[in-house]
Write a protein that binds this ligand. Structure first.
Ligand code: ADP
Length: 290
């Protein structure tokens, strides 16, 4: 099954043009949608999850017309929004059972099996009797994935899932997602480059409602391969370098700025060639250097 988004456009009533002629083709596997805050990622995710309308354009999931056949989409969709509420004092088992009932699983025995399988899958079996409202951030996100997977969806959408997770929790979450992504389409919307680098074979970069790149993660790296140069500079020189070169990014290393510069031709005067990474691609795209 393939997800095909064509010429999707959305303007909010306050005049913000959140989606600008967005076209993407997404295959089975993990797809990373990368963009800074305000890029339009959630607007796109909510549209795909049938929670809001687009002004124009089309979205097809296999042969389902997503914008006009919401019920059919919802049967094959799992959605983990940025924020999701849980009932206080309700255990993971109870809540998943309830959600499975809402999804149409009427047999109690069948629901029991589904709930058990999902809790094992997301490593929450030992915590199944605790209230979800008392879970840590990472446990809550894993519970969120479990509820997404009720009914074996063909498309799973997760919006900024790793924000606020510590490295251990993030890793556990990555492992679960990558397992899921082997069989279905998983769209991971994030502003964290590491999420995409570690998990996704396909990706897109968005900013100001537009798609700036879409394709394989490896192809994204090719766009800057051999063209990224780095140099440690003095803090007071930073502005001058920014005027004179196509500076992709700067970060402090041992208190001193280390700049990454994009250049098609070799740079002398203390620059050395840097091994390109996805962050270079991301910032080069955002700053429209490539
Ligand atoms: P992201 O998920 O990449 O942070 P969003 O899709 O949330 O981006 O937002 C894209 C733009 O649309 C932002 O400028 C945001 O302020 C605006 N926006 C988002 N939702 C609404 C809304 N319901 N009404 C008006 N403007 C909105």
């Amino acid at each position: 099954m393939e997800l095909t988004i064509k010429n999707l456009d959305k303007k909010y009533s306050n005049g913000v043009h959140a989606l600008h002629d967005v076209s993407l083709t997404i295959q089975k596997g993990m797809f990373g949608l990368l963009g800074p805050n305000g890029a339009g990622k959630s607007s796109l995710m909510r549209t795909l999850a049938t929670l809001q309308d687009a002004d124009s354009g089309s979205v097809m999931l296999g042969d389902i017309d997503v914008l006009h056949n919401r019920d059919a989409v919802r049967k094959v969709l799992g959605y983990l929004p940025q924020e999701f509420g849980v009932y206080p004092r309700t255990s993971a088992v109870e809540l998943l059972d309830h959600l499975a009932m809402l999804k149409g699983f009427e047999s109690k025995a069948e629901r029991k099996q589904i709930v058990e399988d999902l809790l094992v899958k997301v490593n929450l079996w030992d915590h199944r009797k605790k209230a979800v409202s008392s879970y840590s951030g990472g446990m809550r996100q894993r519970f969120g994935i479990a509820q997404c997977l009720i009914g074996n969806p063909k498309l799973v959408i997760v919006d900024e899932p790793t924000a606020g997770l510590d490295p251990g929790e993030r890793n556990r979450f990555y492992n679960i997602l990558s397992e899921i992504g082997e069989n279905i389409i998983v769209i991971l919307s994030t502003h964290i480059v590491q999420d995409v680098r570690e998990l996704c074979t396909q990706m897109a970069v968005m900013n100001h409602g537009r798609v700036l790149f879409s394709g394989n993660t490896d192809d994204a790296l090719l766009e800057v391969r051999g063209k990224v140069w780095e140099k440690k500079v003095g803090k007071t020189e930073l502005q001058q370098y920014q005027n004179d070169y196509k500076v992709i990014s700067n970060k402090l290393v041992g208190g001193q700025p280390l700049i990454h510069v994009f250049s098609e031709t070799p740079l002398n005067s203390g620059f050395i060639q840097a091994e390109e990474n996805l962050k270079d691609v991301f910032f080069a795209k955002l700053n429209e250097l490539v």
